[in-house]
Design a protein around this ligand. Structure first.
Ligand SMILES: NC(=O)c1ccc[n+]([C@@H]2O[C@H](COP(=O)([O-])OP(=O)(O)OC[C@H]3O[C@@H](n4cnc5c(N)ncnc54)[C@H](O)[C@@H]3O)[C@@H](O)[C@H]2O)c1
Length: 386
């Protein structure tokens, strides 16, 4: 760590650098700006115009390649916010310069073997690698605490709907249910992935093929099931909606904007009322019962966190780097690697029409792009086991 002068106060801060200055970088730059422990010293973007146009403090160094930035700026923390297909290469290149930590955006990679390489490289070089599944911190931690408090008895079914694609967006939902159910790798994963070619081409997003719908099922323990629906299966729902059905009640996160959990106790009503017509009368979606009647109520009376999940994540990382934290960071890449194993198994399951063990599937990885190429070659638009 290099000591810096910060206004009138002498304050020691960790030096942070950001790779990729697109839409999501704004959230990271804001989190750094609001953190007391990190200051931005350098940025890198492969696109010259983006680099020039970025509005940054005068003393922030700008680079067009990762190695030059690492060599010159020597950051303690590197945040990788490039498209998914670049995560592995950017992470491994930055790790070679041994920063204290790297936060890489989700999903870890587009090929499970790259995700393994990221974790192994960082472990060997002593670099803390975190993957930005920030919903784990909020509203995930609160959800897990509510479940462990027994508010709904024993959890039986966990279900998440997530708009967007299985890999890029569904990774949040899979990580969320994986976390809520105790970070337990299942023995089998069932997956279905659908592609919708446009003018003979499968659409691309973030440097890889973009599916139009997906579903993933797994059981962390025999008595509990997890189900994730993405894309077309999650239409007319907020970005991420989660329901946990328990033996004595249900927990429900209607969306992740206000991050509030609702609870319904089975004993107070035989039939929880949760469905309402959408405002345009064009479908249905789940809504809090305050607006439609029924007996859902806020599960959580504690005030919401003073800062957002990404700022909290930086605070936790600062504690870890300062030796003040005894436990690992909630966004630790070893958890995300297991999530990537579930996604990998889901794609393999979709391709083979069979349940797939995420542990064994590590040896039988299909790069997500290769799966798509097979779909194109066969003139098939989908793989499904359902
Ligand atoms: N955690 C979340 O909630 C969340 C939300 C949105 C996006 N994301 C993830 O963030 C990442 C970035 O998304 P975005 O919407 O900001 O993308 P974007 O396309 O808007 O920006 C990416 C930037 O990276 C730059 N870039 C591309 N390749 C590069 C390279 N090799 N070296 C340096 N710079 C490079 C591009 O020029 C661009 O400026 C994606 O992986 C996405 O999945 C996460």
């Amino acid at each position: 760590m290099i000591a810096e002068q910060n206004g009138a106060q002498n304050q020691s801060k960790f030096r942070a650098a950001v790779i990729g200055l697109g839409r999501m970088s704004k959230c990271h730059l804001e989190a750094i700006a609001s953190s007391c422990a990190f200051s931005l010293v350098a940025v890198c973007d492969a696109d010259g115009d983006t680099l020039r146009r970025a509005i940054l403090a005068d003393d922030v160094l700008r680079f067009s390649d990762v190695e030059s930035m690492m060599r010159a700026a020597q950051p303690d923390l590197v945040i990788v916010v490039t498209p998914d297909a670049w995560h592995a290469e950017n992470t491994v290149s930055a790790a070679a310069f041994r920063p204290r930590a790297i936060i890489c955006e989700k999903p870890m990679s587009v090929d499970y073997r790259d995700a393994v390489r990221m974790v192994e490289t960082c472990d060997q070089l002593g670099v803390h690698l975190l993957i930005n599944h920030q919903r784990r911190i909020s509203p995930g931690q609160r959800g897990r605490t509510l479940i462990s408090s027994g508010i709904i008895g024993e959890p039986i079914e966990l279900e998440a709907y997530c708009a967007g694609q299985l890999l890029s967006d569904g990774t949040h939902a899979i990580d969320f249910l994986f976390y809520l159910s105790g970070d337990v790798l299942p023995s089998d994963v069932y997956g279905a992935v659908f592609f919708s070619p446009h003018e003979g081409q499968i659409p691309q997003r973030y440097g890889h093929s973009a599916d139009c719908a997906g579903c993933v099922f797994w059981r962390p323990i025999p008595s509990t099931g997890c189900r994730v629906f993405t894309g077309s299966f999650a239409q007319r729902t907020p970005y991420m909606q989660v329901r946990v059905r328990g033996t004595t009640g249900d927990l429900w996160l209607p969306g992740d904007i206000d991050q509030k959990w609702y609870v319904h106790h089975h004993t107070t009503s035989a039939k929880p009322r949760t469905h309402a017509a959408s405002p345009d009368n064009n479908g249905w979606y789940l809504v809090p019962s305050e607006t439609v009647g029924g007996d859902w109520h806020l599960a959580d009376s504690s005030p919401s966190a003073a800062s957002n999940a990404m700022t909290q994540s930086l605070d936790l990382l600062a504690d870890l780097l300062s030796g003040e934290a005894s436990t690992s960071h909630p966004l630790d890449a070893h958890n995300a690697l297991n999530v990537q194993a579930i996604i990998n198994a889901a794609y393999l399951s979709a391709a083979t029409n069979a349940p797939v063990c995420p542990v064994l599937s590590r040896e039988a990885t299909i790069p997500f792009n290769q799966l798509t190429l097979r779909a194109e070659a066969d003139h098939k638009a989908s793989f499904s086991i359902l």
